[in-house]
Design a protein around this ligand. Structure first.
Ligand SMILES: [Zn+2]
Length: 638
């Protein structure tokens, strides 16, 4: 699902002109509901048959839902259905059964004795679907093409949005992502209208001036991904390799949609190369227009808000986002809502991948920074925990920090291992058409990296911390070019595994070096093979961190006196902004002779003796003061 747009006034979003849209966390003005029970509830649904007739004029529905299930426990069965819908009757295997509808729970007593094998529960119900949940979503009764000059619009626009737990505002079900089932959806509509749902159209029967449409989704589907759409669409199809693509668009947007949705097949090919074949290739990938300020990845049939169809081709990130969800969300569904970043983080990251594919690496980094520090100056430190979002939706944490986690993983393990991870995770038959958890994500990433990634991933997944980094850098000429010394310290309590790129610019061209560490501080030393002009830490902002001012300490050291010197020793003086400076004495072959701490006075005396207190042989020596590094040579005579 995409975040909402400005037209949903309560959600107070940013400007309309450029994509993507970012909403602030909404106020609490919308109706709030709690998540349905997360337990297995003692039964496993295997199939839903949903037969709904929509009274467009009166904004109401009458329906019959037949749920086929296996009993796991000898308890009452708990279904979800909002209290504003009315249950007319209910049958257990075609026989009357005791039930009661209390609050948003529909409880069916289990007859005795305990029955094995498939059970069918038929529920006849009716009502006027109301806005539900954090998003005020559910079943919408709108008009397409509605303007001031055309107040009746071009036709009805009926559609559903059910994420995260709004399906039970319009049909009785076990409204939790952990129980996927196959699904059949039927509706009889005026013959000027079309029903569009998940999977394949298996029936289209003219009955007088009406048509009965039946769609069947033969891949297991979660309740939040079930979609009902009714309108007078313009329809067309094309093939993307062996996958049918089809489009159901409101008449006034049909020409735009041809332009805007044109990259769909290229996007499918890109995702298929990276993440394995399109998961629902036996059926199709459809895009249906909805008169709504977002977009939603219903399985095999993404709902695209009219705002994604301006006719200019600038909404490509939304198109790939919803398509990517067919892998990340629909094929691999989070077992529970706290793991929803596995949907939105991956779908958001695929937006960046598409930008990289079509516009190059710099555009990719620009986009990552747009959804990173530019949109979230606090670097997500005030937005809660990625694996426990509150609210579930809309919440940009799961989108943008989720995408940054994947980018960070890629930087840490390299492209080859990262894309191997992506493929193995998305194609693992253990999870396909079933469920994933954050633990599954971690285990696949570690298998691809061939190492423990706890220090890298855990702080981003399970804390709201971000690195606060200070850099101290220094360089000096050496016989082989320029010697570089660079220290980085982490100045926050939660330590991160970090991979910091450093770029060197100078007479040997542009070179880079990565500093990897997970301790509180590290110092790397290396040689640039030329005259160094500048040394820049993370110039492309590939690391999500607060950066303190870079510290280039002052250290100067005067000529030694006397020089040469004998048994009386030699005096040095220096000026520095540092404390805790040390000195090291080397002989002409570069061997360390002695090393000692220096007083803060700026002056010290060296007695020309080694660490065993033996007089130094005559010769030339160097003394180096650290950590900022100043060097002088001196000569000992005997
Ligand atoms: Zn999404």
């Amino acid at each position: 699902m995409r975040p909402f747009l400005t037209i949903l006034i309560l959600l107070s979003c940013s400007a309309f002109a450029t994509e993507p849209f970012y909403c602030k966390k909404p106020g609490s003005a919308l109706l709030s509901t709690t998540a349905p029970d997360t337990t297995s509830r003692g039964f496993d649904v295997t199939h839903y048959t949903i037969d709904i007739n929509v009274d467009i004029e009166n904004r109401s529905i009458t329906g019959r839902v037949t749920t086929t299930l296996e009993l796991l426990e000898n308890n009452s069965l708990l279904f979800d259905l909002v209290s504003s819908m009315t249950v007319d009757s209910l049958k257990w295997n075609d026989s009357p059964v005791a039930w009661h509808h209390t609050g948003d729970s529909l409880i069916v007593d289990q007859p005795v004795p305990f029955q094995t094998g498939p059970i069918t529960i038929d529920t006849w119900y009716n009502g006027e679907p109301q806005p539900h949940g954090e998003l005020g979503a559910g079943m919408y009764f709108r008009k397409n093409g509605e303007t001031q000059a055309n107040p009746d619009g071009d036709g009805p626009a009926i559609f559903t949005i059910s994420e995260p737990w709004t399906a039970h505002s319009w049909w009785p079900c076990k409204d939790h992502p952990s129980d996927k089932a196959t699904m059949t959806m039927s509706s009889t509509v005026a013959d000027t209208l079309v029903l569009v749902s998940n999977g394949l159209l298996i029936e289209e029967t003219q009955i007088g001036d009406q048509i009965k449409f039946t769609w069947h989704e033969d891949y297991p589907i979660s309740t939040y991904l079930v979609a009902l759409n009714i309108s007078n669409y313009v329809e067309w199809d094309e093939m993307c390799g062996s996958v049918p693509l089809n489009y159901h668009i409101y008449p006034y947007h049909a020409e735009n949609a041809v332009i805007d949705l044109a990259p769909t097949c290229d996007m499918m090919n890109l995702l298929s190369d990276m993440c394995g074949p399109y998961p629902f290739a036996e059926e199709r990938y459809g895009q249906v227009e909805v008169h709504w300020g977002g977009a939603m990845e219903h399985q095999t049939i993404s709902s695209m808000g009219g705002w994604t169809l301006p006719g200019t081709g600038i909404r490509q990130k939304v198109i790939i986002h919803e398509l990517a969800h067919q892998w990340f969300g629909d094929l691999l569904t989070p077992w529970n809502w706290p793991d929803i970043w596995l949907n939105e983080g991956f779908a958001r990251y695929m937006e960046a991948i598409w930008v990289e594919e079509t516009q190059g690496r710099q555009a990719y980094l620009d986009y990552m920074n747009y959804i990173g520090r530019r949109s979230h100056e606090d670097l997500f430190t005030t937005m809660g925990i990625l694996t426990d979002p509150d609210p579930i939706l809309p919440n940009l944490l799961i989108y943008d920090k989720g995408a940054w986690l994947l980018h960070t993983l890629r930087c840490a393990i390299g492209d080859d291992r990262f894309f191997a991870f992506l493929n193995s995770y998305a194609t693992d038959p253990t999870y396909a058409y079933g469920h994933v958890t954050t633990a599954d994500f971690i285990s696949h990433a570690e298998a691809a990296a061939n190492r423990d990634l706890g220090a890298l991933l855990i702080p981003w997944l399970y804390t709201d911390a971000a690195p606060v980094l200070l850099v101290t850098k220094n360089s000096w000429p050496s016989t082989s070019g320029t010697r570089i010394e660079l220290s980085i310290s982490q100045n926050q309590s939660q330590l991160f595994e970090l991979h910091i790129p450093v770029y060197e610019y100078g007479s040997a061209g542009e070179l880079s070096h990565t500093i990897t560490f997970s301790s509180s501080t590290t110092t790397d030393r290396w040689t640039y093979p030329g005259v160094l002009d500048s040394l820049v830490v993370d110039p492309y902002k590939e690391v999500l961190a607060f950066w303190g001012d870079e510290f280039e300490p002052e250290l100067t050291m005067q000529l030694p006196s006397p020089n040469p010197s004998g048994i009386e020793g030699v005096d040095f003086s220096y000026e520095t902004t540092l404390s805790d400076v040390t000195a090291s004495v080397y002989d002409s072959r570069g061997r360390l002779i002695r090393n000692f701490e220096l007083p803060d006075t700026g002056r010290f005396h060296f007695n020309n003796r080694d660490s065993a207190n033996k007089p130094l042989p005559a010769g030339r020596y160097w003394i180096r003061i650290e950590p900022a590094l100043a060097t002088q040579s001196f000569t000992v005579i005997r």
